[in-house]
Design a binder for this molecule. Structure first.
Ligand SMILES: Nc1ncnc2c1ncn2[C@@H]1O[C@H](COP(=O)(O)OP(=O)(O)OP(=O)(O)O)[C@@H](O)[C@H]1O
Ligand SMILES: O=P(O)(O)OC[C@H]1O[C@H](OP(=O)(O)OP(=O)(O)O)[C@H](O)[C@@H]1O
Length: 212
């Protein structure tokens, strides 16, 4: 069996994903959070782990640089990659929402400006409601935008709600729930389906085990 390459983000979902893999009998002995290494191996199970930025997981899997990836649904919805979404790992739970300054309402009679790290998600959400919008792409601290007049509202991830609350914002509508998903390169699934299916069933058992 050739090595399967797994793309994993070294961010907030790393620990819980590693725990899921370990419960599935997949371990990367030298993977420590503080390590600057980017490639790790489970030589027994013949899996190579590449440590990437969360936002890039869909790219690595779509381009075939990784056979499998663990990615937040947010980054999948934004990138719209040509991949198979095989499993909901039920980690990193949060939601996409529209938020604005407390008391502001989503006016219909003018073109709103929406700031987001996810402009494609934002555009699609408002287009579905028949309300095209202008978007401003930001890469973080998105909550600032309505406070300084850069945008009317934001589309962003909400987990606990603390960030919007501490900045005088409030959710005006939910968009959709987000969690971490297992995605697979389409060509890899055709050529390595036995190994990939074996990997997926190990994860499924690990998930069912954690559900108990
Ligand atoms: N509060 C949150 N903020 C951002 N992502 C969250 C949050 N809660 C859960 N997630 C999930 O965790 C995934 C990984 O987030 P992570 O923080 O590792 O990277 P990021 O915030 O997307 O980018 P960066 O590396 O710039 O921090 C996200 O894609 C999302 O699915
Ligand atoms: O509902 P909460 O629990 O407050 O979490 C939501 C916040 O977390 C994320 O920010 P992140 O920490 O990734 O920093 P960023 O703003 O630089 O993306 C997201 O962009 C929100 O700002």
């Amino acid at each position: 069996m050739a090595y399967l390459t797994l793309a994993l983000a070294k961010g907030r979902t790393l620990d819980s994903t590693i725990e899921l893999l370990e419960n599935a009998g997949i371990t990367f002995p030298d993977l420590q959070e503080e390590s600057r290494k980017l490639i790790f191996y489970d030589t027994e199970k013949q899996i190579k782990l590449i440590a990437v930025k969360a936002i890039d997981v869909p790219t690595y899997v779509e381009k075939g640089a990784a056979d499998i990836g663990v990615s937040g649904k947010d980054n999948i919805l934004e990138a719209q990659p040509e991949v198979y979404e095989m499993l909901d790992l039920k980690l990193g739970k949060c939601k996409f929402a529209v938020a604005g300054i407390k008391g502001d309402t989503l006016e219909k009679n003018r073109k709103l400006t929406i700031a987001s790290k996810y402009p494609t998600v934002a555009k699609k959400h408002f287009e579905r409601k028949g309300q095209p919008v202008e978007t401003v792409k930001l890469n973080g601290s998105v909550e600032l935008a309505p406070l300084i007049g850069l945008a009317d509202f934001i589309v962003d991830i909400v987990e606990t709600g603390n960030t919007i609350k501490e900045n005088g914002l409030e959710v005006v509508e939910d968009i959709e729930d987000i969690s971490t998903r297992l995605i697979v390169n389409k060509a890899s699934y055709a050529t390595k389906s036995q190994d990939i299916n074996s990997f997926i069933s190990k994860l499924q058992s690990s998930l069912e085990g954690s559900a108990i």
